[in-house]
Design a protein around this ligand. Sequence first.
Ligand SMILES: *[C@@H]1O[C@H](CO)[C@@H](O)[C@H](O)[C@H]1NC(C)=O
Ligand SMILES: *[C@@H]1O[C@H](CO)[C@@H](O)[C@H](O)[C@H]1NC(C)=O
Ligand SMILES: *[C@@H]1O[C@H](CO)[C@@H](O)[C@H](O)[C@H]1NC(C)=O
Length: 402
Amino acid sequence: MRFQQLPLLPLIWGTTIALTQSPIHALSPLLPEATTNELLHLHRHLIEIESITENEYEVGQWLSTYLKKQNFTVELQEVSENRYNVYAYGGEKRSTSILVSSHIDTVPPFWPYYHNKTTDIIGGRGSVDAKGSVAAQIVAVQGLREQLNDDISLLFVVGEETGGDGMRAFSSWSERPSPAHEVVIFGEPTEGKLVCGHKGMLQLTIHVKGKAAHSGYPWLGVSANDILSEALSKLLVLRNGGLPSSEKYGNTTMNFGKIEGGVAANVVAETASAKIAVRLAGGTPKIVYDLVVEALTDVKAGAKQAGGDLLIERESEGYPPVNIDCDVEGFETLTVNYGTDVPLLAGEHKRFLYGPGSIFVAHSDHEALEKKELEQAVLDYRRLIIAASKVEHHKTQEVEEL
Ligand SMILES: *[C@@H]1O[C@H](CO)[C@@H](O)[C@H](O)[C@H]1NC(C)=O
Ligand SMILES: *[C@@H]1O[C@H](CO)[C@@H](O)[C@H](O)[C@H]1NC(C)=O
Ligand SMILES: *[C@@H]1O[C@H](CO)[C@@H](O)[C@H](O)[C@H]1NC(C)=O
C-alpha cells in the first residue's frame, strides 16, 4: 500500500524525489483504486469508439467532453472536414511550459475492446497504439495539475498513422500557443522505455513508362516491367551495404512495398511503378535520394534510349534520423525503427517519447497490453513531467540569478 502514497508526495523543486526508485511488485497496487478505475474507464471508452484515420470525429468529441468534465479548457482545431485535433489546458495559461501529446487515430481494421479479468490483459484496436498512451497521459496530468499550477497542456492529434497531417496542422496553426512549449512529451508504444531516437524516413515512387505491344512481337514495344525489374535489381545491390549506417540505428533499410505494372501476360507492359520506403540509419533524405538516382542512372539512360523513361519521385521531404532526449534517471532506453509525429512538431523544444505496450503487437490483430503496464505508464509519465518541470524551473532560476 505504500506505493499508493508516492504520486501524492509534495513536490519540492530541486530535491530528488523517491519516485524514481519505486519498485514494481506484482502484488502491490501501483495506483490508488479510484485512479486505476478512472484509467480503465477512459482507456475502454477510447477503444470502443472506432477511430481509424480519417474517422476521428467521434472519439475527438467524446474526449473533448471528457476533458471538459475534468475541468480542462478544450479547443478543437479543424485539420480537415470533420477531423479535429484536441488541445486542452487546465488554468489561465494557454501556452504552457510542458505539452503532453499523442494521437487518437488508429490503423484499420477495428477490433473490439476486451478485458480478460483472469490475466488482466486488455486488448482491442488502439489499446496499445496509442490509446494506452492517451489514457495514461490524461490520468498522469490530472494528478499533477495542482502541483504544476496548471502549467501543462494536452494535445491529441489526428492522422498520425498516415503521415501526420494532424501534427503538421498543429505545427502551422495560426493560433498555435505562443511562446511555444519548452518540453514536449510524446506518447507511442515504447514498452515503457524512454526512446533515444528513431530512424529517418524517405518515401519514393519509381515510375516507368514503356510502350505497349503484342507479346509475340516484343521488339515492337518497350517493356516497362523489364525496366522496373532492372531498376529494382540495382536497388537490391545498393541496399546491401551501399546506404548509410550508424552505430546508434544500425543499417538503413529499404522496403519495396508495392510493385505494379502491365495489364496482362500477353501484352508488353506500358507502365510500371514501385513504392519504396527507406528507413534511414544515417545521412539525410537528400543523400539517400542522390544514391538512388546514381544507382539508376544507367537504367534510366537505357530506358530513354529505347523510347521509354524512368522517373524517381519523392513522396515527401522525409526526415533524417530523429534524436530524442532520453536523459532521465531511472528509465530504460532504446531506439526504434518506426516513424512518429516527433519530427513534425516544429520549433525548439526538449522532447521525450514514452508509452505503454509493445510496438510488435501495435498494428496486429492481437493488439493488447497488461493492466499493470497502463498503471506503470501513469507513474512514468508523472516522473517524466516532474523531470521536465525541473528543466523548466532550472531555467527560471537562471533568469532570476541574472
Ligand atoms: C471541477 O470544478 C468544479 C468547480 O470548481 C469542482 O466542483 C469539481 O470537483 C471539479 N472536477 C474535477 C474532476 O476536478
Ligand atoms: C482469459 O485468458 C485465459 C488465459 O489465456 C483464458 O483461459 C480465458 O478463457 C480468458 N477469459 C475470457 C473471458 O476470455
Ligand atoms: C548491416 O548490413 C551488413 C551488410 O551490409 C551486415 O553485415 C550487418 O550485419 C548489418 N547490421 C545490422 C545491425 O543489421
